[in-house]
Each structure stands twice: as structure tokens, then as C-alpha cells.
Design a protein around this ligand. Structure first.
Ligand code: SAM
Length: 339
């Protein structure tokens, strides 16, 4: 909402504030300002500074900037979270984007600060930003350190919690009994599918480095219809299922690798099996949505595609597109059936 307000016509000068806006948001989030003010609303700048062990001057500037951006509100120089901050920035909220914001701060921002080189070279800027080359972004970069891995997984978890219910409810899946969420990460999306479809059991399939952390995200194993299997979806046998889910997977890979993965899924599928794809679908004229076109600038190995492009890739492996849904909640979805 704040972004929309910032980009609305009539406020052209505010565009120059974009980098400052995001740094204020990243810093307040990293310092847990929204967590502190959620548990103790009404603190003044000196009290917040004392809790954060930061300077009073710096803290006051940060709090005032957050008020101007609609993230905090102030009454008589005492501060509390706005409804927006309570919903999306407090790290304990069910829809918290805290993990995603930390990932943007630590990984996306450094990459985008080398955007000019990325455009010159047409490649990702991992080496410049982080000092090492990365061919497979997951195995060479995110999962090399426990800290970076957890940060990435937290980011995926927070986005999946915000978008998962809309994707899970996009289609009538009552004819399917078993699903396999390929690259299902923390299982956040799988839990939404299990919640939305009481007759469905979901296996999350992801790399061993990810699956070994599943207890960290679901310590209570709240749904016995969700289970985890470790493996590499380019090399290993896929768990048997009558519905395969690919959520935010294909955009990471070039067509050649997409074909390898789709061929494996097609081989595992009997006629009538489903494949549910969830991605940002580019408009057919490639004029939007800007969140997809901006994501493409990270110059990963993969690319952003329209629903027609995805349909054609799937068709070449015997899947016909049955339904396409724009969910209005960041991710779109497509249900395809194996013929
Ligand atoms: N599907 C999840 C979601 O929508 O929140 C996570 C999407 S994340 C962008 C991509 C996922 O694919 C990560 O969890 C990653 O570990 C997994 N992945 C990448 N390469 C893989 C491979 N070769 N085999 C299995 N999983 C892989």
C-alpha cells in the first residue's frame, strides 16, 4: 500500500527517495523496531534507543522516517506500529514479511547495486556482490552457509505464507489424493494445500540441505498429511503423486533445464495426473507486471515467462492447460492435465 502511495501520480519527486525508503525499512526491520513496538507500544525515541543499544539521534531519525512512510504512528513523540506494520513487519505475525525483507536487504540489494554491470554483461552479479561465482544459485550460494540458508528459507517461508492460501484455493483439486510439491522448501505452501483440501496428502520434495531444516519451521508437525523427502529434482526419482506442484520453480531455470525437469515429471505421471504451476505470469505483450519484469533484472540463469510460454513448454511434455488464474496475490496459477 505504501509503495502504491509512493508511485501514485502527483508525487513525482518521491521517486528519488526510493533507495532511502528501502534502507529505512530494512534497517528498522533488522533492528527489530517493529517487534519492540509490538510488545511495548508507546515508547519514546530514547527508550527505543536504549532497548536497541543505538544512538538516540539515529533512532529518532529512523522512527520519524518510519512515521512519514506509514510504518509507525506517533502520539506526543511516543511510537507504535501501524496496522500495516503489525500485519507484515512484526516478525511473529502470521503474514510477516520479516524474513523476505532480510533476504532483500542482504542478497537482493547487493545484487541490484551492480545492475549496470548486469545489463552490460547479461549475467547475474554474484561474484561482484559476494566475491564468489555461483552457477547453481541454491547449491553454490544460498546453501553454503547455515546463516544464508536460513535467511533464504525464512524469505521463502514468509512469501509462501502470504501467497499460499490463494494458490491452494485457485482450483478444485478434489479429484486428487496425493500431491508432490517439487522444490517445496519449508513446506509452507504444502501446509496451505493440505488445509484447503482435506482429502489431499502432500509430499514436499527439496534438496537435502533444505529438508534437514523442516523441523525448524514446523516443530509441532501440525498436519500429518504433510511429509518431506530429500532429493535433487534434476537427478533423482520423484515421489509418486497424482498432482505435482511447481511453485516459483521454473522462473529460476533456462528452457533446457525446464525441459529436463518437465520430462521427469511427465515420466512419473499417468494420464489424468495434474501439474499445478504457480509463478508471476508476464502479460502477453510483456508490458507488466513490473514485479515480474524487475525480478528478471536479477539475471538469474532462468527467465520470466507469460502463461502462453509456460503452456507451450508444458504442452511439449504432454500437458494441456486446463485453467489459468490471476490470484491478485503476487502469484498466478495454472492447472495442466497429462493426456
Ligand atoms: N516452492 C517454494 C515456494 O514457492 O515458496 C520455494 C521456491 S524457491 C524460489 C526454489 C526452491 O527450489 C528452493 O526451495 C530450492 O531449494 C529448491 N530447489 C532448487 N534446486 C533444486 C533441485 N535440484 N532439487 C530439488 N529442489 C531444488
Amino acid at each position: 500500500a505504501t509503495l502504491q502511495q509512493m508511485t501514485s501520480p502527483g508525487q513525482p519527486s518521491i521517486h528519488s527517495a526510493f533507495p532511502k525508503y528501502f534502507q529505512a525499512l530494512f534497517t528498522a526491520s533488522k533492528l527489530h523496531v517493529f517487534d519492540l513496538l509490538q510488545s511495548r507500544p508507546g515508547l519514546d525515541a530514547a527508550q527505543v534507543a536504549q532497548e536497541l543499544k543505538a544512538s538516540v539521534k539515529g533512532t529518532e531519525c529512523l522512527l520519524e522516517a518510519c512515521v512519514s512512510l506509514g510504518l509507525l504512528k506517533s502520539k506526543g513523540r511516543k511510537y507504535e506500529n501501524t496496522a500495516l506494520a503489525t500485519r507484515f513487519l512484526w516478525s511473529e505475525s502470521p503474514f510477516s514479511l520479516h524474513g523476505y525483507i532480510q533476504h532483500c536487504d542482504s542478497t537482493v540489494w547487493p545484487l541490484f547495486s551492480h545492475l549496470e554491470s548486469a545489463v552490460w554483461e547479461g549475467t547475474n552479479q554474484h561474484e561482484k556482490a559476494f566475491g564468489k561465482k555461483s552457477k547453481d544459485i541454491f547449491q553454490d550460494s544460498y546453501y553454503n552457509s547455515q546463516e544464508v540458508k536460513l535467511r533464504f528459507m525464512n524469505a521463502m517461508h514468509s512469501i509462501a505464507k502470504v501467497t499460499g492460501a490463494a494458490v491452494a484455493k485457485a482450483f478444485d483439486l478434489s479429484s486428487y489424493k496425493t500431491a508432490c510439491d517439487l522444490g517445496g522448501c519449508t513446506g509452507a505452501m504444502a501446509y496451505e494445500f493440505a488445509k484447503a483440501h482435506p482429502g489431499l496428502s502432500v509430499t514436499v520434495f527439496d534438496l537435502p540441505a533444505v529438508v534437514e531444516m523442516s523441523d525448524h519451521f514446523h516443530p509441532l508437525h501440525t498436519n500429518s498429511r504433510v511429509s518431506f523427502v530429500a532429493g535433487d529434482f534434476f537427478k533423482d526419482d520423484l515421489p509418486k503423486a497424482d498432482l505435482y506442484i511447481l511453485a516459483r520453480i521454473l522462473h529460476d531455470w533456462p528452457d533446457e533445464k525446464v525441459h529436463v525437469l518437465l520430462r521427469k515429471i511427465a515420466d512419473a505421471c499417468a494420464p489424468g495426473c495434474g501439474l499445478l504451476l504457480s509463478e508471476i505470469f508476464l502479460d502477453e505483450d510483456r508490458r507488466g507486471p513490473s514485479r515480474g519484469l524487475l525480478q528478471a533484472l536479477s539475471m538469474s540463469e532462468g527467465k520470466q515467462r507469460s502463461s502462453t510460454e509456460y503452456s507451450l513448454l508444458l504442452k511439449s511434455h504432454g500437458f494441456v492447460t486446463a485453467h489459468v488464474r490471476h490470484t491478485d496475490n503476487l502469484l498466478d496459477a495454472m492447472l495442466c492435465i497429462k493426456v
